[in-house]
Each structure stands twice: as structure tokens, then as C-alpha cells.
Design a binder for this molecule. Structure first.
Ligand code: SAM
Length: 263
């Protein structure tokens, strides 16, 4: 059975292609990529003898049969413009369609989420990746609230919108400390850890990962919503009190009293 290799590509620094990725790229006949111009640079850099085939969000479905035929002939590799395919990038639909007939071989490699987290200076054992943030304040805030149980919320944001998004977070959750990881692996790489009131004085350019440590968020008014959710999940009173007092700023007495009133 031929294989589909899922290969992460650099998010800014060509030296971040792994040796294994290079070896595979040198051996496959076909390379599926979002943009042939962008991946053409890697092809040239590595002097690859392969055919680039475009696969982006607008043709991913229509190309599936064609790709199945290619896979009958030889191994195929999949990349996106930068980072790991399928992570806010094409590839999910293709892999879902092929997974029963073709061996899917994912390779580890560059990814902006893990790169940002690893340099963030945050302490965490769980995180939620929520992709690109919406534009509207209510959608951004409700998305953050949905993921409040992770220790860190990780989002993609554009340089044009980051300040607006930060101001929404400030308005709804207070002047919390967040992390902006910008232009990772590139010349102007920067990781800024500061309170929002300080951050919004700046202009951030380039590609951005925003990290929000949820412990900072004080949802005083919403503590009942938290409790109801945790009851729904099946936690007992003791676990709810322990969880909320160790991961939020809610007061033990408030939690206890509310639990008593609803029993
Ligand atoms: N699949 C990619 C990955 O694994 O990182 C992400 C693709 S997504 C379409 C592009 C977004 O990722 C950018 O808008 C930005 O938020 C983030 N990103 C990509 N490269 C980055 C970098 N070098 N520094 C910071 N963020 C980056």
C-alpha cells in the first residue's frame, strides 16, 4: 500500500525542516501543497525532483479522486504553506477520505502553537487551541468562556485585529496578563508577556499566536455557570470546590453556598 506523508514545513526558518522530512521529500514523486509558488521555494532550496500539485481549501474535495489515482502509482506527500498541515490548514478532508485505503504517515515538525507554548514561560498541563478568533466581541468572549477549563487558551490572530481583540478581553475579563508570540523563528521574532493595558499601547506586526492563561480570568459574575457545567460533567461537590478554587479566583464560600442552594 502506498503512503501519504503529512509533512510540516518551516513557519519562517528554512532550517527547521527535519532531516526525515527532507529525506521523504527527496523520494516522493508528488507533493500536494496549498500554494505552488510558496512550496516552490522549498522545492528549489532542496533541489527536489517532484511534481507540485495544488491542494487548498477550495479544491480539496474535488481533487480527492485524482489523488487516489496518484497514490496507486506511488507515495505522495502533503504540505501546507507553513507549519503542520491540517492545523487551520488544508488536509483534514483528504486524510479522512483516504485513511482506510492508504497508510497515513504524519511527521513531527514546525508548528506555531507548540512553538509559542514552549517559549511562553507559562506553567500549564493543558491547553485549548481555538484557531482563528472571530471578529465580533460577543463571539470572541463566548469562545474564551467555552474553553475556560483549559489552563491556557491558544488562538491565532491577525496583526490588524490583535489590539481590538485585546481591548475586548480587557473589557470583559479585566487587565489580565497574556502572551503574544510573534514572527516565531523569523528575524523579528518576539515573545511579549504583559498586562493587556500595556500591550495595547503597541502595534504588533507579522504573524501572531495569542496565549491566554485562564487562571488570570476572573469570572466572578459567572461562577454559577461554571458550577452548573461541572455538575453536568458529573463532578461531586468536593471536586467542584477543589477544582474551582485551584484554577480560578472564585471564593470557596460562594461556591459552597451556591452548591447548597441548588441541592
Ligand atoms: N498550520 C500552521 C501551523 O502549524 O503553525 C498554521 C496555519 S494558520 C493558516 C496561520 C496562522 O498561524 C497565522 O495567521 C498565525 O496566527 C500563526 N503563525 C504561523 N506562523 C507563525 C509564526 N512564525 N509566528 C507566529 N504565529 C504564526
Amino acid at each position: 500500500m502506498n503512503k501519504l506523508y503529512v509533512i510540516p514545513t518551516p513557519i519562517g526558518n528554512l532550517n527547521d525542516l527535519t532531516l526525515r522530512s527532507i529525506k521523504i521529500l527527496k523520494n516522493v514523486k508528488y507533493l500536494l501543497c496549498e500554494n505552488t509558488k510558496i512550496t516552490g521555494k522549498i522545492k528549489k532550496h532542496l533541489n527536489l525532483d517532484l511534481k507540485l500539485i495544488s491542494l487548498h481549501k477550495f479544491n480539496e474535495i474535488s481533487r480527492i479522486n485524482e489523488i487516489k489515482l496518484l497514490l496507486k502509482e506511488s507515495d505522495v506527500a502533503l504540505v501546507s504553506d507553513a507549519g503542520t498541515p491540517t492545523i487551520s490548514d488544508p488536509g483534514q478532508i483528504l486524510i479522512k477520505e483516504l485513511k482506510n485505503d492508504v497508510e497515513i504517515i504524519p511527521l513531527p515538525g514546525p508548528n506555531s502553537i507548540t512553538t509559542a507554548l514552549s517559549g511562553s514561560g507559562l506553567e500549564f498541563s493543558s491547553f485549548s487551541f481555538i484557531g482563528f478568533l472571530e471578529k465580533e466581541e460577543n463571539k470572541i468572549i463566548s469562545k474564551i468562556k467555552q474553553h475556560i477549563y483549559s489552563e491556557v487558551i491558544v488562538a491565532y490572530e491577525s496583526p490588524n485585529r490583535i489590539n481590538k481583540t485585546l481591548s475586548f478581553i480587557l473589557k470583559n475579563f479585566g487587565d489580565i496578563q497574556v502572551v503574544i508570540a510573534r514572527e516565531l523563528t523569523k528575524i523579528y521574532e518576539e515573545i511579549v508577556r504583559d498586562k493587556i493595558s500595556n500591550l495595547i499601547k503597541n502595534t504588533f506586526k507579522g504573524e501572531i499566536v495569542l496565549l491566554i492563561p485562564t487562571k488570570e480570568i476572573n469570572l466572578i459574575d459567572d461562577y454559577k455557570i461554571h458550577i452548573n457545567k461541572l455538575i453536568e460533567v458529573g463532578l461531586d461537590d468536593k471536586s467542584i470546590i477543589h477544582y474551582l478554587t485551584s484554577t480560578t479566583k472564585f471564593k470557596k464560600n460562594d461556591i459552597y453556598n451556591y452548591l447548597k442552594t441548588i441541592k
